[in-house]
Design a protein around this ligand. Structure first.
Ligand code: HPA
Ligand code: ZN
Length: 326
């Protein structure tokens, strides 16, 4: 068995994947053609060559531009189905998937169109591949709290199919506290909560996500390393971090994979998990993320087993459901 086969075969859960970030350049072109949308690239190679980021914002600019090809229910279905096929090939048994409705409703696409396409693909993937999944609605933090509240209102009729809300986009300058009221309302309506925090932002944003937004998990969270009290708290409460190693390198959060702190966090006893974030933009799905850290950080088989075990532990599945997924 090759290394890649091993990392593909090991059962795993994926908890940090933006469905719009799984839009591969080939599909971007196909959907652009189908919808008569002109892209500023001549070829797939040119798109891939443009994926050279200096920080989170330089990625987000291309990420939002790429989304423009997603127009119809079928587009959202095709996007999601392609990810689920990939997830199946990598033995992802359960996925908790972010979507960014404000990135689409702001372009005149209805919440219903987005939701129907994504959700139909998830249901079919459950039938065909046996992969269970949950949807997580992410609020775009560079937009206003009012806009987030509007997105929450739009989601209420679909509550049964969206168990959680999250927070993504430009972190620095948009602290979790900006969205406290929206998250209060979401929790009151029965949504669980997660938030991106401590990717580029300081540990204080992680504290805010915990104390003001009531999150069950932190997305990224790697900058917790700068705050010993926070580390102690994350260990004691076993609040999971959904870490995305290839993303962190592509967005220059760490200079190289050898400098990534995931092994350090794992050894300290944090509940860290490995995820792909935006696999099409960052050069790998979850198996490639596992493989890259294994070789750069000399992870043992024990470390890998612990990481994938944590991934199931950190899901929103019930204790009984977790047993059946592994
Ligand atoms: N961080 C913040 N927002 C995002 C990301 C990310 O890594 N990916 C897609 N939206
Ligand atoms: Zn993310």
């Amino acid at each position: 068995m090759t290394k890649n086969q091993f990392f593909c075969q090991i059962p795993k859960a994926e908890l940090h994947i933006h469905i719009e970030g799984s839009l591969e350049p080939e599909m971007m072109f196909a959907l652009g053609d189908r919808n008569n949308i002109q892209l500023p690239y001549k070829s797939v190679e040119e798109i891939r060559a443009a994926y050279n980021f200096q920080n989170l914002q330089s990625f987000l600019d291309l990420y939002y531009a790429g989304m423009s090809v997603l127009q119809t229910e079928q587009d959202f279905y095709d996007l999601t189905w392609a990810y689920m096929q990939k997830a199946s090939a990598q033995n992802v048994r359960h996925a908790e998937i972010f979507f960014d409705p404000q990135g689409h409703t702001s372009r005149g696409i209805s919440f219903e169109t987005i939701h129907r396409g994504i959700y139909r693909a998830l249901q079919e993937a459950k039938q065909e591949f046996g992969i269970s999944s949950y949807l997580i609605l992410c609020f775009l933090r560079h937009l206003s709290a009012e806009s987030a509240m509007e997105a929450l209102e739009q989601a209420l009729p679909y509550k049964d199919t969206i168990p959680a809300v999250g927070l993504d986009s430009s972190e620095v300058g948009n602290p979790p506290s900006k969205f406290q009221k929206v998250f209060d309302k979401a929790r009151e309506k029965g949504f669980r909560t997660v938030a991106h925090a401590g990717e580029e932002g300081p540990p204080e944003y992680i504290w805010e996500a915990i104390n003001l937004l009531g999150v069950s998990r932190i997305d990224h969270g790697v900058r917790c390393i700068d705050d010993p009290k926070l580390l102690e708290y994350l260990i004691e409460k076993q609040i999971p971090l959904t870490v995305c190693p290839l993303s962190n390198i592509k967005l220059c959060v760490f200079d190289s994979m050898a400098k990534h702190n995931i092994k350090q966090l794992l050894d300290m006893g944090l509940c860290v998990t490995v995820n792909s974030d935006d696999p099409s933009y960052f050069g790998g799905y979850v198996a490639e993320n596992l493989q890259e850290i294994e070789s750069a950080l000399n992870l043992s088989r024990q470390d890998i087993y612990k990481l994938v075990k944590n991934s199931f532990q950190a899901t929103f599945l019930s204790v009984e459901e977790k047993q059946t997924r592994i």
